[in-house]
Write a protein that binds this ligand. Structure first.
Ligand code: PLP
Length: 451
């Protein structure tokens, strides 16, 4: 047990060294203290609350240690054993191991583990696979596609012409026949699949066939569902027709913030293009501490990931059913609500801002979520829905029974209009039982949050 005054992150604890601080200006010291206090507060918020933003997760103690290591300040441009700088020998060992573990986990011949985020992975893949002026097909942001799939994001940055798939609102996936027709008509350089609002696997086999027929490269953005894919609980895009899969390393894949690029292609020229698109294409330093953290997260995932993914999906399904039983409007009932870590709920009329209001009330009760556009909404800042994720709650040991307890908190705040501060006290008490990170090495010693 760390003595109270020395606990890292405890609010008011000065982490500033005493020696020499007398020479620093009080104003500058106070800026640093402001940051330290805000870090402490943020840690406390998630320690005492329910983190349910679908793109977030927490990292294991071993990964926490690595991301704050000396590697943080180092450079290793190039690929293992082909560097521009001296001093990279130890990092070569790390990165080579990570590439091999990623290839093993996803059962593919190519992995690049350097990119610093899912968005950077997408920018790099678009750079490798298309030229400015080429066509691309993707899911529209209104239907759940990510901003990097849009003209306002990476697709525009690469100056690609975007056509979006006709959407099946009932099934929450691309309309198969109409999308295959679009792909055959446009013959895009890249047929991109995958979403940020991602309840069900993409009907990839059918659409990849259409894309390959007209010479397109099939790219799948697995940012959200990468851990579920790796754990064998969603779909296996690279064995269902995708040529390239990008993803984040910190959503359902529970590593430090970063990205992956994976490919089913054995073609060395194609693989070189992907590598070159990350370095020197998009990154110089690629955050070695996070790469090393990803490698440990990969080894932890190979050990525990199947259980983690299975339990995450089971929890999402149980949470959706419990919310529906409380009286919430949960989307996609006819398909069993969800096959991923996400659940979507509607809280009022389209474009009414009811989602924003619900998210605000929940935050006051210590439940952290995000408002989200649902089918038919047109305004990103005043949507009718919430997108909820259970991956972090699963990581700290909650199971399907606890999902019913969590749904009850939602009902108290949003349906029974109980004072959120009263609910917050109960949320805190409930969460105090779930402070240990599971599915990682050193589990017994793995406090997930600041003490
Ligand atoms: C489908 C999709 N792709 C890419 C990203 C971007 O990932 P990152 O935040 O790692 O850049 C997201 C983020 O949530 C996403 O939903």
């Amino acid at each position: 047990m760390i003595p109270k005054g020395q606990r890292p992150y405890a609010k008011g604890t000065s982490m500033l060294g005493s020696k020499g601080d007398w020479r620093a200006s009080p104003e500058n010291l106070s800026h640093a203290q402001t940051v330290l206090d805000a870090v402490a507060d943020s840690g406390t918020l998630y320690r005492d609350g329910l983190g349910m933003i679908a793109s977030e997760n927490i990292v294991s103690p071993m990964v926490q240690k690595i991301v704050s290591s000396d590697l943080h300040g180092r450079y290793a441009e190039g690929l293992p054993f082909k560097r521009y700088y001296q001093g990279c020998g130890d990092f070569d060992t790390i990165e080579e191991l990570g590439i091999n573990l990623a290839k093993k986990l996803f059962n593919v011949p190519f992995a690049n583990i350097q990119s610093t985020s899912g968005t950077v992975s997408n920018i790099a893949a678009l750079k490798a696979l298309a030229k400015p002026g080429d066509d691309i097909t993707a899911v529209s942001t209104a239907d759940g596609g990510h901003i990097s799939h849009a003209r306002m994001g990476a697709v525009g940055l690469r100056d690609l012409n975007l056509s979006t798939y006709p959407w099946d609102e009932e099934r929450m996936e691309p309309d198969i026949d109409a999308s295959a027709k679009l792909i055959r008509e446009v013959a895009p350089k890249i047929a991109l699949f995958g979403q940020s609002v991602f309840l069900f696997p993409t009907p990839l086999k059918e659409l990849a066939d259409a894309a390959h027929e007209v010479g397109s490269t099939v790219m799948y953005d697995g940012a959200h569902v990468l851990g579920l894919i790796a754990g064998g609980c969603f779909q296996d895009p690279l064995h269902e027709g995708a040529d390239v899969m990008t993803g984040s390393s910190h959503k359902t894949f529970p590593g430090p913030q970063g990205g992956f690029i994976l490919s089913s292609s054995d073609d060395e020229k194609f693989q070189r293009k992907l590598n070159n698109a990350v370095f020197p294409g998009t990154c110089s330093s690629y955050h070695l501490h996070h790469v090393a953290g990803k490698v440990v997260a990969l080894s932890e995932f190979i050990e525990y990931g199947e259980d983690l993914s299975k339990n995450t999906v089971a929890n999402a399904q149980s949470f959706a059913a419990a919310l529906a039983a409380e009286g919430f409007d949960v989307l996609a009932e006819s398909r069993g609500y969800t096959a991923s870590h996400q659940v979507l709920t509607r809280h009022g009329e389209l474009d009414s801002g009811a989602g924003a209001k619900a998210a605000d009330l929940l935050e006051r009760a210590g439940i952290i979520t995000n408002m989200n556009m649902l089918p038919g909404d047109t305004k990103a800042m005043s949507p009718s829905g919430l997108r909820l994720g259970v991956q972090e709650l699963t990581r700290v040991g909650m199971g399907t029974d606890e999902m019913t307890d969590v749904a009850r908190f939602y009902a108290r705040v949003l349906l029974e209009q109980e004072d959120p501060s009263k609910v917050k006290a109960d949320v805190r008490e409930f969460k105090s039982n779930y402070q240990i990170i599971r599915y990682c090495f050193n589990e017994g010693n793995a406090s997930g949050y600041p003490m």
